[in-house]
Design a protein around this ligand. Structure first.
Ligand code: NAP
Length: 280
């Protein structure tokens, strides 16, 4: 079985490379943005005709949430036209497309976990382009899984955990918002879940939510990062209003994972457990 991964130098891409040796029955083809630019249909076609993948995991995306507000065209090109090209080329090659989306498709006005049936209503350019990317895939190619995830971190790439650890080495005091609630997702757990879906051969296509279990604020997340790493720091909880950002973020974006757990018989670690097991 051939599984092609786009965006292989990002944190999910690197997490997939990290776990790949555990799955010896799968031939992984890892393509970074230089080998495969998903915004070029010709580039997608050439790579697909060379490797003829059974599955394509799209780990490529424009993920700079705040920057997207000032460069919406670039975000649109990567998050909408990219998935559109992949859906077209997957259809031509009968390849199952596994695309990653985000909790930022929701406005955050709910107070109970979001299910796959809740109506998206993004509050910023990034969330809008991710939603438009989902819609483009749904319109083009039915053999798709769209996995919405949240607050992704890992030992790879840039993420909140690494930012907190860096700031702790530079400052005595750190302020973190405590009124945005969500769930951290360990990218290696996400990578293993994607591969489990592939090897399940269930082919129950559609949208699925995935994150670790539990919920917390960014402040709680930071507190746990410092606790686990035995770092003493003055950590201050602040409201979102004291930390204005170009993009508005959902106040509450916990995802209900019942669907993915029941369909693929998955057990999911709590976010605290996965954080503890994340190497630096
Ligand atoms: N990070 C989060 O907190 C979070 C939360 C929810 C959902 N997600 C979703 O999870 C997925 C994986 O996120 P991540 O954190 O792994 O992102 P990431 O670390 O920012 O990686 C994204 C990768 O996409 C590549 N890329 C950008 N433009 C490309 C193009 N035109 N063609 C091919 N590759 C391109 C980048 O390559 P270069 O570096 O070479 O440009 C980078 O390696 C994304 O779909 C994201 O929207 C992430």
């Amino acid at each position: 079985m051939v599984v092609l991964v786009t965006g292989s130098s990002g944190q999910l891409g690197q997490s997939l490379q990290f776990i790949a040796p555990n799955y010896t029955n799968i031939e992984f083809v890892f393509c970074d943005s230089k080998t495969l630019d998903i915004t070029s249909f010709n580039n997608c076609e050439t790579i697909f005709s060379k490797y003829k993948p059974d599955f394509c995991i799209n780990a490529a995306a424009y993920t700079a949430v705040d920057k997207a507000e000032s460069e919406p065209e670039i975000a649109f090109e990567i998050n909408v036209n990219g998935p559109k090209n992949l859906a077209k080329v997957c259809k031509l090659n009968n390849t199952v497309l596994i695309h990653i989306s985000t909790d930022f498709v929701f406005d955050g006005n709910k107070s109970l976990p979001y299910t796959e049936k809740d109506i998206p209503n993004p509050t910023g350019v990034y969330g809008q382009t991710k939603l438009d990317g989902e819609i483009a895939i749904q319109q083009i190619w039915n053999k798709h899984y769209i996995i919405r995830t949240s607050w992704v971190y890992s030992q790879f790439g840039n993420n909140f955990m690494k930012t907190m650890l860096r700031l702790a080495s530079e400052r005595d005091t750190i302020s973190v918002v405590n009124d945005q609630i969500g769930t951290p997702t360990n990218a290696v757990d996400l990578a293993n879940t994607i591969v489990k879906i592939i090897i399940s051969k269930k082919l129950k296509f559609g949208i699925y939510n995935y994150s670790n279990e539990g919920q917390c604020s960014w402040y709680d997340f930071a507190k746990k990062i410092f606790e686990i790493n035995n770092i003493t720091i003055n950590l201050l909880p602040i409201p979102t209003t004291s930390f204005p950002t170009p993009a508005k973020r959902p106040k509450f974006s916990v995802l209900d994972k019942s669907e993915i757990k029941n369909t693929f018989d998955l057990e999911i670690n709590s976010w605290e457990e996965s954080l503890k097991n994340t190497p630096l």
